[in-house]
Each structure stands twice: as C-alpha cells, then as structure tokens.
Ligand binder design. Sequence first.
Ligand code: NAD
Ligand code: IPM
Ligand code: MN
Length: 350
Amino acid sequence: SRSQTLAVIPGDGIGPEVTAEALKVLEAASPVTFGSTRYDLGAERYLATGEVLPDSVLAEIRGHDAILLGAVGGKPNDPNLPPGILERGLLLKLRFELDHYVNLRPSRLFPGSASPLADSVLGRGEIDFVVVREGTEGPYTGNGGALRVGTPAEIATEVSVNTAYGVERVVRDAFARAEKRPRKKVTLVHKTNVLTNAGSLWWRLFQSVAAEHPGVETDYIHIDAAMIFMVTDPARFDVIVTDNLFGDIVTDLAAAITGGIGLAASGNVNPDRTAPSMFEPVHGSAPDIAGQQKADPTAAILSGALLLDHLGHPEAAARIESAVLADLSKRAPGTTRRTSEVGDAITARL
Ligand code: NAD
Ligand code: IPM
Ligand code: MN
C-alpha cells in the first residue's frame, strides 16, 4: 500500500516540546514510515503575518492521512493576541472543517500514576472509561453576539447549537463503542433539567439509539451530579456521551483523577473518514512551563498511539501503551525528568 502521511502541527508553548517526543516514539513504534509535513501554525505565525489557518494550508492538511497536533495558545494577556483567535481560528476550525464529530478522550487510571482520589475510592473498581465528546456543535459554533459592548447595557450571548443530525451521529458512535467494551454501558451526561430544548433532543435520540442496542446498559446523569460521581465513584462510568462544552470540562477532571493532565490523550475523530482525524493531548500550551523541558510528553505520546490505531496499526499502538505503562510504573514520586528524557525512556521500552 502507499505510504501514509501525517500533517504535524506542533503549535505553541509546550506543544513543540511534547510533539517532538510523540514523533520520536511514533517513528520508533510504527511499522510504516510516515511521510510527514510540518506546519508552523500558531501564535508566532499569527503575530508575524496575521495568518491563522490560510485556506491553502487547510487544503494541504486535508490531503494527509492524519494530523498530530501539540497545542495552541500564545502567551497569556498578549494585547496582540486576543483570546479565541487561535482557539477558534485554528483548533476549532480544523475540528469543524474536518468534521471531527467524535472527540474521543479515554480515561484510565494507569497503575503507578498519581491520582488525588483516596484509596477508598480507588478501591471501588477500575477507572476505565471513555468520554465521547461531541466535537462540532454545542456552544462552540460561534453563534451569538455582543450588543452595546462596554456599556452598562451590554448583552452577550453564546448560543448552543444542537442538531438532530449532529446529536444522533455522536450518540450512535458512543453506543457502537460500548458494544465493543466488556461492560457495555453508556451514560448520557447533560443538563436536561435546565437546558430543556437541547436536553430534550439529546434525551430522545439517546433513548431511540439505545432501543437498537438492547445489550447496552444505559444511564443518565446531570452534569453537576456527574462531577460528584466522577470523584466519589468513577468506576461507575464506561462510555460517557456528552455535548461539546460539558465534554471539555469533564475531561480535564477525568485527567486529574486518572494521573494528571500530562497523561490525557485525545482523538478528534471523523468516523466516516471523509477527512483526516486529528490527535492531540487534552492539555493546552501550558505557558507557565513552556520552553523549560518540564512538560510531561506522555499525553502526546499516547495520542500518537491513538493515531496509529486509527491508521490501522493496532499492534504498534499497543506497543506504545505497554511502553508507557512500564515507564509509569517506574516513575518515582517526587522526581522529575526532562521532557526529552521521558520520550527517550518510553522509546527505549518499545
Ligand atoms: P493548560 O492545559 O495549558 O495548562 C493547565 C495546567 O496544566 C498548567 O499548570 C500547565 O502547566 C499544566 N500542564 C498542562 N500540560 C502539561 C503537561 N504535559 N505536563 C505537565 N503539566 C502540564 O490549560 P490553560 O492554562 O487553561 O490554557 C493555556 C493555553 O492553552 C490557552 O491559550 C488555551 O486556550 C490553550 N489550550 C489549548 C488546547 C489545545 O490546543 N488543544 C487545550 C487547552 C487549552
Ligand atoms: C481542549 C481545549 C479546547 C476546547 C480549546 C482550546 C478550544 O480546551 O481541547 O480541551 O475547548 O475544546
Ligand atoms: Mn479543554
């Protein structure tokens, strides 16, 4: 078969540092040699040229088999870089344009990794769930506006867009994933008691897709209560399906309880394969530690494993996961390694 191609977008802050390690591990583990193209998108390019994601670059990226992204987000409070320019113009634009409607965020408590949960909670069962976060709709679409800005009468709205098409396809994906997991359970997380329009749509489509999967157990929890259970009884979750914004918030908490944001991987998946899927750590550009080789590259490395799995190399993906597990079990509490040392150690265990 022809060789597979990767578009690599290291991005900002710790993005380039963790992406370098992810590529190191990916190249060492992969059975194929990827043709990769690097794209210098992010804060620097925007500040120098005013460009965020030119159409021609988007078209080129579309021609690759998958995308590996580090993180986007410039220095905080830079007057030349208003919030949202890169988040909306680069990251969300890629997710929307490439129809990444499944934002897949696996959450597993890795043995040996640090969780702030008490032993009593950790003793209640395995923490091994996956969040299927809707990736193309909800309050992220940029619907809304601001009126009379800067006056005492200012009004700001962010409208959550939920389409039957968009909700049904992500709910179907969640059930299909649950069918392949041992526990076969899907929990819908929403706020149907207050967001009654969107909530009713999600609830009805969840029920109707559930009816086609009699072997899958279902549950519903309001987002606020779900945050209680994620901390007091995370073992109750298997597949969580939820909207774009709830999913964003839930997955940072999920990362925190399963060993930290430095371990949390994600895939922005286009399950229909009409465009390349994009793999990236859940974390951001971490300006507070950028450029110091302090970032944990494990999340980026595990995102590389998700990428390999998506491109049809499950054995290579499993090798990376085993190498990460072995490395985690040897991480001594209180010690720190440089970003590149972690990448080297994981590569050595492949
Ligand atoms: P963040 O995830 O960048 O950082 C939150 C905290 O986690 C910081 O203390 C940081 O040092 C720490 N952290 C993050 N990744 C780490 C790693 N690999 N190893 C060790 N510590 C790590 O979130 P933030 O501070 O809210 O956002 C910073 C910028 O990143 C913002 O501009 C935001 O918009 C952007 N962002 C981008 C993405 C993305 O590209 N997917 C995701 C989240 C945030
Ligand atoms: C994430 C990030 C993004 C999101 C931002 C940077 C647009 O927080 O990938 O979790 O909210 O999806
Ligand atoms: Mn987030």
